[in-house]
Design a protein around this ligand. Structure first.
Ligand code: OGA
Ligand code: NI
Length: 325
């Protein structure tokens, strides 16, 4: 399986912005305080979603130990011999676990990845690697915690869109969670510094844990790349294609890429949250009216996998573009 809706032609992208502005950092602990404080945070999240499509969260309740152990498990997996890792190689995007190192997906320039479903954990964990021995336990604990954070965020984002608290709650509860566990080498002299080419993610939102700096987001207003700062104990959040669809374009997906780090090899764990495989995502009827007609066709994660499979060689085809009406 895959979860990147890819791709933006390299030549259309701007060069580095040398004067990055600080990104919004949201204190998630404040969501569970009194209603005035909560609405303040909901507004901050809504503004970040509308203006940028990304933000960072702190005070999210996941312990540093759980985060560190997940990164350690990931890093130990990629240190295994190639034959062991290649047991998980497959060209079939629908495999429950998939390992790859090449750019068959057209965006992995210099990245090895292991992708697997994570929710419901009891359905999927049996397919996860048994080596290293800590993998299932450490990644499983992180997966459960990060999903809790994703559901809190979804609720706040929907509230910020003016939708009812509890809007489609069951569909989010039953939704899929996909972990993309990524490993990037340290940049070597004369080699390309891009680990993962520009793309947007499928799904409603992605929560990213990274071992060191390297992620960049494309800032919509200045059309320049922004380096995502590496704050202690923070997680990075970005909006995916299906949130753009659900919000009927009020919130936009975000193009991002990963650069190789000059100092060290880099690990990242992207947790992607969507509806269940065959559940269609459509523009919320509450956000469609005469002035704002429906902008996107409905689609499911399964439709997205079909789209990727059919467009393996076509770097220009973007899933979200194919949904525009
Ligand atoms: C992804 C992704 C960024 C990173 O896995 O979709 O965008 O920093 N990862 O690894
Ligand atoms: Ni991504």
């Amino acid at each position: 399986m895959s979860a990147s809706s890819r791709t933006v032609p390299q030549e259309q992208l701007p060069s580095e912005d040398l004067h990055p502005r600080p990104m919004p950092v949201i204190n998630l602990g404040h969501l569970s305080l009194d209603s005035r404080t909560r609405s303040g945070v909901v507004n901050e999240i809504a503004k970040a979603c509308r203006d940028l499509g990304y933000f960072q969260v702190i005070n999210h309740g996941i312990s540093q130990a759980i985060m560190d152990r997940a990164v350690e498990a990931a890093s130990s997996f990629f240190k295994l011999p190639s034959e062991t890792k290649e047991e998980y190689s497959s060209d079939d995007l629908r495999q429950p676990v998939r390992y790859d190192t090449s750019s068959k997906d057209s965006i992995s320039m210099s990245r090895a990845f292991l992708k697997h479903y994570a929710h419901p954990l009891s359905d999927w964990i049996q397919y996860w690697p048994q080596k290293p021995p800590i993998y299932r336990d450490c990644m499983g604990r992180y997966a459960v915690e990060v999903r809790r954070v994703a559901l809190l965020l979804m609720e706040a984002i929907l509230e910020g869109l003016g939708l009812d608290k509890g809007y489609l709650k069951e569909k989010f509860q039953e939704g899929l969670q996909l972990l993309s566990v990524n490993s990037y080498p340290k940049v070597s002299h004369g080699a390309t510094a891009i680990g993962l080419a520009p793309h947007s993610d499928y799904g409603f939102l992605t929560i990213l844990l990274t071992s060191c700096q390297g992620l960049e987001v494309l800032d919509r207003s200045s059309k320049s790349w922004k380096t995502v700062q590496q704050l202690p104990h923070a997680l990075h959040v970005h909006i995916g294609d299906h949130m753009e669809v659900l919000s009927n374009g009020q919130i936009k997906t975000v193009i991002h890429r990963a650069l190789l780090n000059p100092e060290e090899a880099r690990m990242s764990i992207a947790s992607i949250h969507g509806f269940a495989l065959h559940e269609k995502v459509t523009c919320a009827t509450e956000l469609v009216d005469e002035e704002n007609p429906q902008k996107y066709k409905e689609s499911s994660f399964s439709d997205f996998l079909d789209h990727l499979t059919a467009n393996m060689d076509n770097k220009q085809r973007n899933f979200l573009e194919s949904l525009r009406m």
